[in-house]
Write a protein that binds this ligand. Structure first.
Ligand code: NIG
Ligand code: FE
Length: 389
């Protein structure tokens, strides 16, 4: 049996089964065979410590439940134009589609791997990623196959935008997604997603795609209400989506239906930051009892960042979440958004994915924006990264 005994923790961030967060000070825990086997006060430890955290905080590894990592090229000139006053538009996606189609399998995989390593340095120990820059049967399958090499949480987002070659025959593209891409993509992807918004897919198209995906056994998630208000949130609930993502434009009716459901609303504040848009109303969601997750949305168009710490800092500063609400959203709720009960919290029986911070409390993540506080990263009780801090 492999055993790891971690003590000297100034503050251990816990989320109870009820969802309540708890900060255990002067804490310790024991990992056995990769899972948390004992959690308690350091003074109650009856065995020798393998690791002394020296009065630093320990938090769960981040769970990034919304990323778009399979792409080539960048869109830095689009970003510069946006900072000079241009709005973000879904149409920019096609420029990444062209660059992605032009890249070889090796190039795409190497770019992906580099991004995953960057995420690990930022404390992300589990992640979801999607296709959506291929937009043909062959190219979507290629992206999904590459995605599945580094994560089990793969999403087919063939309905990202209607590609240029189908501009005058969009119903044919929707048919291609439902009849050709989704059935084959099931080999690599367990999730389906649709960008239901202005310049992307309509409510009717989204409903048809999600219905078809349901018959194929996909779990469902949705990009909705990012660019404008509409019926995307209501449709997501009607169709049984596990998570509805972005939700930057919500009305009181949306919040009311969300609060009556168990759906997760995944907020992506780096997208608002990078597109200079208004942040979603996280406070109204939380106060209504809605499950709120936070993710990076790492993608070349609207949010080219793999920093969950930055997402947390924005959630606290710009969306009035408390530091502990934001951290729970980036861990426990990220796992819920992926229907994963084995990860996302420091709790008995869960996989021992955790981070030792170079700080005495979790609140320092938001308090010290832009500063790397992730000292050591552990996955299933194994040290996978030590920055020597
Ligand atoms: O989540 N909104 C749709 N998709 C991405 C942006 C994709 C892109 O601009 O390349 C997002 O923000
Ligand atoms: Fe996205």
């Amino acid at each position: 049996m492999s055993q790891l005994v971690v003590g000297g923790i100034s503050e251990l961030f816990l989320v109870r089964e009820s969802g309540a967060t708890e900060l255990l000070t002067d804490a310790a825990f024991i990992v056995e065979n990769g899972v948390f086997a004992w959690i308690g006060k350091d003074s109650d430890l009856s065995v020798a410590r393998t690791i002394d955290c020296k009065k630093r905080a320990v938090i769960p590894g981040f769970v990034d439940s919304h990323t778009h990592l399979i792409f080539a090229g960048d869109r830095v000139s689009e970003f510069e134009a946006r900072m000079a006053g241009n709005p973000y538009e879904a149409g920019g996606i096609m420029s990444t589609v062209r660059a992605t189609r032009a890249a070889s399998d090796e190039e795409l995989f190497d770019l992906y791997k580099k991004r995953v390593q960057e995420m690990l340095r930022n404390g992300i120990t589990s992640f979801e990623t999607k296709s959506g820059y291929g937009l043909s049967v062959k190219e979507e399958l290629r992206s999904l196959k590459i995605a599945s090499k580094l994560t089990d949480e793969v999403t087919v987002l063939a309905a990202h935008v209607v590609p240029t070659e189908y501009q005058d025959k969009r119903s044919e593209y929707v048919k291609l997604v439902m009849e050709d891409i989704l059935p084959e993509a099931r080999e690599y992807a367990s999730w389906v997603d649709v960008f239901c918004d202005e310049g992307a897919f309509t409510i009717e198209e989204t409903r048809a795609i999600l219905k078809a995906a349901t018959t194929m056994g996909y779990k469902k998630r949705l990009h909705a209400n990012q660019l404008k208000a509409g019926d995307g949130v209501k449709l997501g609930i009607e169709m049984g989506c596990v998570s509805i993502e972005h939700c930057s434009h919500l009305g009181s009716e949306d919040i009311a239906v969300l609060s009556e459901s168990d759906v997760v609303v995944t907020l992506l504040p780096i997208a608002e930051f990078s597109t200079r848009s208004a942040y979603p109303n996280a406070r109204a969601l939380l106060d209504a009892g809605v499950n709120v997750a936070l993710s990076t949305d790492c993608n070349p168009g609207s949010s080219y960042s793999s920093s969950m710490s930055f997402a947390i800092a924005l959630a606290v500063r710009e969306m009035r979440m408390t530091p502990s609400e934001a951290l729970k959203a980036a861990t426990f709720m990220g796992a819920k958004a992926l229907e994963r009960e084995d990860i996302g919290a420091i709790a008995l029986g869960k996989r021992a994915d955790f981070l030792i911070l170079d700080a005495p409390s979790h609140a320092h993540i938001a308090y010290r924006p832009g500063v790397d506080l992730i000292a050591e990263v552990f996955k299933a009780g194994e040290l996978v990264l030590d920055k020597g801090m």
